[in-house]
Design a protein around this ligand. Structure first.
Ligand SMILES: NC(=O)c1ccc[n+]([C@@H]2O[C@H](COP(=O)([O-])OP(=O)(O)OC[C@H]3O[C@@H](n4cnc5c(N)ncnc54)[C@H](O)[C@@H]3O)[C@@H](O)[C@H]2O)c1
Ligand SMILES: [Zn+2]
Length: 346
């Protein structure tokens, strides 16, 4: 088991990689009311492993990540007579953790909370960094707070029950962490694709621990995303636009976005052709896509609406090397040329 400590302005959060859900009670206060928040799928697989605390069950899918669910949870907390000393444990993927952190932060002006993170994406990304919240009128994560959980248990053995596509999608974020901050993690992935795809626990734990370390270091420097934290958006400016115009899941959209951002980095002379090929190849070996069938202007228009747009430029996260990302303004005309090129390369 590895413990990584995340220190922010007013909180210390422990991320426990390789810890088991069976040990959850070791991290909870005694003599306080504990309440579990989880979703239907997690309950189906793991009800027998949960300690005997009251459970608030919510549904699944991005559609339930909204204020009506928060309203329901507030009602349930009152019904369970939760008070200011009560404790909320979110057990699930990114959706449950985002909702649990937000609900705990606003109930009676804030109660303490922790997570058991049960998807690869939430272990390497969503449950680390203290962003909690819900969607509003179709806008992603529009309402929420910054607040760190006391602990995050990343029980990697729970990943074996994940749908295969969810598991593989998590590797897109791990590849992202290698690209932006760690050549070593990138090489580790290159050398261990088949073991990762076969659920080798050592490989998974190494990938989760390295990803958490990278994300925690970035968040510690810039909790509220004023500067450096933006590099975590590598591939995501494209991905958000791709998700708007297709039904592709997040991991696949990020994979395509990382390929595009790497191609642009190569075209601008920032990385070598060989490094660009390595990135594209690694994504492909993880059975993730690097391109999709699209109309170039539709993609550029969708990107124009993205919130990271500033003036006549768009700020893209690009690579100066595998393991070193920077934020760089690119003009819309440049972007259009690159996107037309990429469209031809399908
Ligand atoms: N807060 C952040 O910094 C941050 C970062 C990235 C993503 N997110 C958010 O995370 C969400 C996506 O998270 P996700 O990909 O974990 O999706 P998710 O929470 O929807 O989980 C994916 C699916 O797997 C099921 N599931 C969860 N754990 C399981 C397990 N161990 N076995 C079997 N099934 C299981 C869930 O019920 C769900 O159907 C998005 O809403 C996104 O906005 C937040
Ligand atoms: Zn992402």
């Amino acid at each position: 088991m590895e413990e990584i400590v995340l220190k922010t302005e007013n909180k210390i959060s422990k991320i426990l990689i390789g810890e088991k859900i069976e040990n959850l009670t070791h991290y909870l206060p005694t003599n306080k009311k504990i309440i579990i928040l989880t979703d239907t799928n997690v309950l189906k697989h793991y009800r027998h492993k949960l300690p005997p605390y009251p459970i608030i069950e919510i549904g699944t899918g991005e559609g339930i990540k909204n204020l009506s669910t928060i309203d329901y949870i507030m009602g349930q907390l009152i019904r369970h007579e939760a008070d200011r000393s009560s404790y909320l444990v979110g057990i699930g993927g990114g959706i449950v953790c985002d909702i649990a952190g937000f609900a705990a932060s606003i109930y009676m002006r804030g109660i303490r909370f922790g997570f058991v993170s049960t998807t690869l994406l939430s272990q390497v990304d969503a449950s680390v960094g203290g962003k909690n919240g819900v969607n509003y009128e179709g806008y992603k994560n529009m309402v929420g707070v910054f607040n760190q959980p006391d602990f995050v248990i990343c029980d990697t053995s729970m990943l074996t029950t994940l749908p295969r596509e969810e598991y593989i999608g998590g590797y897109a974020e791990i590849i992202k962490h290698g690209c932006i901050r760690s050549h070593e993690l990138f090489e580790f992935l290159e050398n261990n694709v088949s073991r990762a795809l076969a659920y080798d626990s050592h490989v998974i734990e190494h990938c989760v621990a390295q990803s958490v370390r990278i994300k925690a270091a970035v968040v510690e420097n810039d909790e509220r995303e004023k500067g450096e934290r933006r590099i975590l958006n590598f591939g995501h400016t494209f991905a958000h636009a791709i998700e708007k115009i297709t039904a592709l899941p997040h991991g696949k959209a990020v994979s395509i976005g990382m390929n595009y951002a790497s191609y642009i980095s190569y075209q601008l002379g920032m990385i070598s052709e060989n490094d660009y090929r390595r990135i594209r190849e690694l994504i492909t070996r993880f059975q993730l896509p690097t391109n999709f069938d699209f109309e170039p202007n539709t993609l550029v228009d969708a990107m124009r609406k993205d919130k990271k747009r500033e003036g006549d430029d768009i700020h893209l996260v690009l690579l100066e090397a595998i393991g070193n990302a920077i934020v760089k303004p690119v003009t819309y005309n440049q972007l259009k040329t690159f996107v037309h090129d990429l469209c031809k390369h399908q």
